[in-house]
Design a protein around this ligand. Structure first.
Ligand code: GDP
Ligand code: GDP
Length: 437
């Protein structure tokens, strides 16, 4: 189930980024952990009443030196195309302006759920100014004060009411959902077309549609697949689509909807920071990953090129040493036939269940070979029992005397032992520690 997207729109200076920061709070997105990116925070994670969602501050999207109305149109267009719920912010002290009316019209016509936030209502004496905003025709305005943190709970209550209900992504459980993630021009569309053009691939006549995404279901050798969210690739050319910041959110959503992520890298260029952040998101969300190095035809090669490139990627993606790599060319079709078998393989490992007795024997052996750590007081980690509690990603629980004693390095050691025995190619695995009662 993908997380809903909430977009904040409104004129400059009405308080969008103040509200955005309140919602995102201290929870800095993984995608923003580098200097430079934090300065223009545009999207981030939000949470309200057990709902997780993405927030976009459309005011932060750079649309160049366009006049105000044109900028607002871009923002509204982005919000309408991409968000599940739009928060339209106006300045309660200014009253309704021409630009507000224009945006209200666009939002109204789109039929997307809109919550109207009347900002800068810092104290109740200002609330009588609220009434005029009913005339915008988009429902009950909510009085808020971004800078004082007032009314935001009411605002988010209204927002959460419009979140899509569970289970609207209704592909068969056996269908493998694939997404192709990567920067513009790495060859994602070309790869999709090449895969769909392969022998024995039967593309369904009826595209799968889930909310605003248009997916491509297909079958090969009796296995059902769906390529997620190619609509995003088709939307090329829209102004906001060219901003890199924006494409990250699109990638995160596609990742949330998929089982297997094909992380596409341009062999001519190598990877950039953004590739790593997006791969990091796939890892955190527990998706299976294959790193696809495309345009390999265009790379000048000698005996060591492939090995060197692979090493470079391994160094960059240390946290996903489990992800297999494949060097392909959508143009010459080189090694393309390997992709779907690899998808099948990683999907199998993503869903692999291991027998509890074998797992426990393995843990006992691992502990014998390399004793569990102790803390400063000499207390030693004791693992009583291990069991796999989930698949996709495979998740293990260790029942221990004190979860605090399981440090990163020992967890890593156990992960490697588990991988030595059960392989788990292409999938992250999670190891949790619980206190034994
Ligand atoms: P944006 O351009 O829509 O993102 O607006 P900002 O969040 O940058 O806010 C513009 C100005 O309004 C800043 O000086 C804020 O401190 C101020 N501001 C934001 N929210 C409130 C509020 O609730 N009350 C008051 N009085 N000022 C606010
Ligand atoms: P997307 O933006 O990631 O969907 O990339 P496209 O599939 O639109 O491809 C971008 C450009 O790269 C196009 O001009 C393609 O023809 C070219 N391209 C795609 N795959 C390959 C490849 O394997 N080799 C070469 N040489 N060019 C490619």
């Amino acid at each position: 189930m993908p997380k809903p997207v909430v977009a904040i729109v409104g004129r400059p200076n009405v308080g969008k980024s103040t509200i955005f920061n309140r919602i995102v709070g201290e929870r800095i997105a993984i995608v923003e952990d580098k200097p430079g990116v934090t300065r223009d925070r545009i999207y981030g994670p939000g949470e309200w009443l057990n709902h997780e969602f993405h927030v976009i501050d459309t005011g932060g999207i750079d649309v160049g030196d366009e006049p105000l109305l044109a900028q607002m149109r871009y923002q509204a267009e982005l919000a309408i195309d991409e968000a599940d719920v739009i928060v339209f912010v106006v300045n309660g002290r200014d009253g309704i302006t021409g630009a507000d009316e224009e945006v209200a019209q666009m939002l109204f016509r789109s039929k997307k759920p809109v919550v109207l936030g009347v900002n800068k209502m810092d104290d109740p004496s200002l609330h009588e100014k609220m009434y005029e905003f009913y005339s915008l025709g988009i429902g009950d305005p909510v009085a808020i004060s971004g800078s004082h943190g007032l009314g935001l709970g009411d605002l988010l209550d209204s927002v959460a009411e419009h979140f899509p209900k569970e289970g609207d992504d209704d592909y068969d459980e056996d269908t493998i959902r694939i997404s192709l993630i990567g920067r513009p021009n790495v060859g994602k569309s070309s790869l999709v077309n090449a895969i769909l053009g392969e022998d024995r691939v039967i593309v369904s006549d009826i595209p799968g549609t889930t909310r605003d995404a248009i997916d491509t279901p297909f079958e090969k050798d009796g296995q059902d697949y769906v390529i997620i969210d190619t609509a995003g690739m088709r939307k090329k050319g829209k102004v906001y689509e060219s901003t890199e910041k924006y494409s990250v959110i699109r990638a995160m959503r596609a990742i949330e909807r998929s089982d297997v992520v094909l992380m596409v890298i341009n062999g001519e260029e190598g990877m950039i920071e953004q590739d790593k952040r997006i791969a990091g998101y796939a890892h955190e969300e527990g998706r299976a990953v294959i790193i696809v190095v495309n345009k390999w035809d265009a790379v000048e090669k000698d005996d060591s090129t492939l090995r060197e490139f692979e090493q470079k990627i391994r160094d960059e993606f240390l946290f996903m040493d489990y992800a297999p790599l494949v060097f392909v060319s959508a143009k010459t079709k080189q090694r393309l036939h390997k992709i779907l078998p690899m998808v099948n393989e990683v999907s199998e490992f993503h869903n692999q269940r291991v027998p509890t007795n074998v797992l426990n024997d393995l843990i006992v052996d691992a502990v014998t070979m390399n004793p569990t750590p102790t803390d400063h007081g000499g207390r030693r980690l004791k693992i009583n029992y291990a069991t796999q509690v989930a698949v996709a990603p495979p998740t293990f629980v260790l029942f221990v005397n004190d979860p605090e004693l399981l440090h990163f390095s020992y967890r890593r050691y156990l992960e490697n032992k588990i991988r030595d025995t059960f392989t788990f190619t292409g999938t992250p695995i999670r190891i949790l520690a619980r206190k034994k009662n």
